[in-house]
Design a protein around this ligand. Structure first.
Ligand code: HEM
Length: 413
């Protein structure tokens, strides 16, 4: 203990770590009513860290060429010591990151965390989500299995549907006429270098802006209105040790569940590792049913839901526009929500019903996107797409006109 404090003092004389700890942790005050929904941010950070570390180790034995990529994954799984563990941590980590992010996002929508003054926190969070989607899409090509190949082929072909510039853009993205070793090489470079740097930088910005304005809370009460003589909000607790303890408990529970999946269900019943991805990529054989990874499934369902052309624009292009808009529209929530209150607890019935409709539509789309196309899946996807968009597009209307409950002055537990 004496040795430890001596080391800290030695460091502190050269770099102000005590002042840093005070400012960022022990004298950083968070609302005292933060609930379990507030642990998903730290879990997202943990998972991003897991992806970076396991990714570096995978890159040591992986070969990014069309001839050897698939075999190098087999080599990692069978011959590299603990290679199977590192790969499963990476594949399961990717799925877990999306689960955690969807809950993190839902929390934001429920408690109005995007409202003034946290608009920038929201925009940076959404940018991060968009970058993570592209990162996951590029990573999915690397095992060079049938689904990797055909998934990339379908999604990159969407560029080709853009009028005038489409065909050129499609070839530019692929670096070839079809998805090939050239595409694999560029996706690899972007996946392991460019996007990870971008993601770390965006997490830093996301958290810095949050630290500047402070956390919202489940009641959406502004805790900065009531402060003591030292300027500390009366309804707050120091982040360290109180909230850190809660985070550590959440991490322990999460790691337990994470290990259960890694050790007992590493393929996640075909959702984490798709069955057809156990076959090497074959450009001459198209699989009967091309699936998107489960976390893209709702967006894929919206792409497939558009089966008609309009104003001379073909269905494929319109599908892509709808799919892109479904992500872009989430960026605008801070300006679509006109409610005088933040939290869903004090909003009216319409907000509650539309949020429910949004969640149900998203889940229905996720199921539809994973099933083979049929008349029924197309119809259901079309209705669910309407449900998804109506939550956002009608928000300026229902959030302004509904009756809200009064928000308490102080937080209650
Ligand atoms: C890897 C991606 C992300 C990481 C590492 C991350 C990390 C965090 C952390 C650590 C917090 C503080 C703890 C908490 O409130 O849970 C936070 C808060 C927040 N995040 Fe994220 N986040 C990510 C993605 C997103 C996304 C996609 C959004 C959605 C737009 C988002 C929106 C927010 C908002 C609005 C807050 C403030 C919540 C409040 O105060 O009520 N974040 N984030």
């Amino acid at each position: 203990m004496v040795f430890f404090s001596r080391v800290i003092n030695w460091l502190d004389e050269r770099f102000p770590i005590k002042a840093f700890y005070k400012k960022q942790f022990s004298e950083y005050y968070v609302p005292k009513n933060l609930n379990a929904m507030y642990v998903f941010g730290v879990l997202a950070m943990l998972l991003l860290f897991n992806q970076l570390i396991t990714g570096i180790w995978l890159a040591m034995s992986y070969t990014p060429t069309a001839a050897n990529a698939f075999a190098s994954i087999q080599y990692i799984m069978r011959d590299v010591p603990y290679g199977w563990l590192i790969r499963y941590m990476h594949t399961t980590g990717a799925s877990a990151l999306f689960i955690v992010l969807y809950i993190h996002l839902l929390r934001g929508l429920m408690y109005g965390s995007y409202q003034r003054p946290r608009e920038l926190v929201w925009l940076l969070g959404m940018t991060l989500y968009f970058i993570i989607m592209i990162e996951a899409f590029m990573g999915y090509l690397l095992p060079w299995g049938q689904m990797s190949y055909w998934g990339a082929q379908v999604i990159t072909s969407l560029f080709g549907s853009i009028p005038v510039i489409g065909k050129g853009l499609e070839q530019w993205v692929r670096g070839d006429y079809l998805v090939s070793g050239v595409t694999l090489g560029r996706f690899y470079a972007l996946h392991i270098i460019a996007f990870p740097i971008l993601m770390v930088f965006l997490v830093y910005l996301h958290l810095s802006t949050l630290r500047h304005v402070g956390s919202n809370n489940p009641q959406g009460v502004d805790i900065k209105k009531h402060v003591n003589k030292k300027g500390v909000p009366l309804d707050s607790i120091p982040f360290s040790p109180y909230f850190i303890t809660k985070d550590i408990l959440a991490i322990a529970v999460f790691l337990f569940l994470f290990c259960v999946v890694i050790f007992f269900f590493p393929d996640g019943f075909g959702f984490i590792l798709e069955k057809s991805n156990f076959e090497p990529a074959n450009p001459l054989i198209t699989p009967e049913h091309i699936e998107a990874a489960w976390y893209f499934s709702p967006f894929y369902a919206m792409l497939r839901a558009i089966t008609f052309s309009l104003f001379g624009l073909d269905a494929k292009f319109l599908g892509m526009v709808v799919m892109m808009s479904s992500v872009l529209i989430v960026f605008f929530v801070p300006w679509l929500d006109k409610s005088p209150v933040r939290s869903i607890r004090y909003k009216g019935y319409l907000s509650k019903c539309f949020l429910g409709l949004f969640v149900v539509s998203f889940l229905v789309l996720a199921v539809m996107g994973s099933l083979p196309v049929s008349k029924a899946t197309t119809w259901i996807s079309q209705f669910a797409t309407l449900g998804y968009f109506s939550y956002f597009l009608l928000m300026p209307w229902y959030s302004r006109f509904e009756t809200t409950k009064p928000v308490p002055e102080r937080v209650s537990l």
